[in-house]
Design a protein around this ligand. Structure first.
Ligand code: HEM
Length: 284
């Protein structure tokens, strides 16, 4: 491994373009030709734009790294302070004390360690955000609004408007982020270009100027122009999947357990951005 400490600037052209202005940096050149750029502090990992194998070509004051997909890293060196090579030998690899799968297996055979009365139902893959939150929020809302549940049971065709209403009423993703790229005025407040904004999706979805009786759960609400998946070019890419998963799960659950009720108060996840439950104990 070669370690070079040099004053340099770096330009990457590939999936994106990036530029590091001139500064003192550590350049790590590996045996596979890849070059990693490291600065002192703030960077817990070196910048490495390209996957190996790479080819390094050196000219005085200029390095050029290329890989097989045509990405290039151009390093302009104005001063080299140190240039050393060390043979690190063969790496024995990482020795791990078990992997997650082992932990799952151990837990499965020793459920009593979690507490009394634990029972293995099936292997679960909990997803902390997105569809799982939507399903939990929807089922809790229906447990707390029996009239709306009865309406849905009487007319299962309402499932799609019901899902839109759960998305509005208890938005799984409460906050969004934007950066202004031009100066704008929002509600009389001037925001210069480059301002970071946190938008509250949950509040927008209870806006009384947009929704009639916004704090009322209405499984047949129409129109329902909520912003649970945000809007614009970065609107949620998985909204079709999220809607389908929730409609299938809630529809099937209601069909099978029409009289379910909450056994105890459900436990909220406690996060500001993602609104959902950790546990929803139910009586079926
Ligand atoms: C009910 C479930 C879900 C909700 C409420 C939700 C909500 C959101 C929100 C609010 C955004 C931000 C959009 C923006 O800033 O404009 C987003 C982005 C995104 N979501 Fe979801 N999401 C859900 C499920 C999913 C699923 C299942 C997938 C993948 C299959 C997914 C993939 C994405 C991706 C890739 C983005 C980034 C899109 C981009 O930046 O262009 N989401 N989602």
């Amino acid at each position: 491994m070669r370690l070079v400490i040099a004053r340099c600037s770096v330009d990457y052209v590939g999936r994106l373009t990036a530029h590091l202005p001139e500064a003192l940096r550590l350049l790590i050149v590996k045996a596979d030709g890849s070059v990693l750029v490291h600065s002192d502090g703030g960077s817990y990992k070196p910048l490495n734009w390209m996957s190996p194998p790479c080819r390094l070509t050196e000219e005085p004051g200029r390095w050029s790294v290329t890989n097989k997909t045509g990405e290039t890293l151009a390093i302009t060196l104005t001063e080299v302070l140190s240039d050393t090579s060390v043979d690190l030998g063969v790496d024995p690899g990482l020795v791990k004390d078990g992997v997650e799968a082992h932990l799952q297996e151990l837990l499965a055979v020793q459920l009593d360690r979690l507490g009394e009365g634990w029972r293995l139902v099936r292997r679960e893959y909990p997803t902390p955000i997105g569809p799982v939150d939507l399903i939990g929020n929807g089922l809790v809302a229906l447990a707390e609004h029996r009239d709306q549940r009865d309406r849905l049971l009487a007319d299962p065709g309402l499932i799609n408007t019901a899902i839109e209403e759960f998305l509005r009423y208890e938005s799984p993703n409460q906050l969004g982020n934007r950066i202004t790229n031009v100066p704008v005025k929002l509600d009389g407040v001037a925001l210069p270009a480059g301002t970071q904004i946190t938008v509250c999706i949950g509040a927008a979805n209870r806006d009384a100027e947009q929704f009639l009786e916004p704090d009322t759960l209405d499984v047949g609400r129409s129109p329902n122009r909520h912003l649970a998946f945000a809007s614009g070019i970065h609107q949620c890419a998985g909204m079709g999947v999220g809607r389908l998963e929730a409609a299938t799960a809630i529809g099937r659950f209601l069909g099978r357990f029409p009289s379910y009720s909450l056994a105890t108060a459900p436990t909220r996840g406690g996060r500001a951005r993602f609104r959902g439950f950790l546990r929803v104990p139910c009586k079926l």
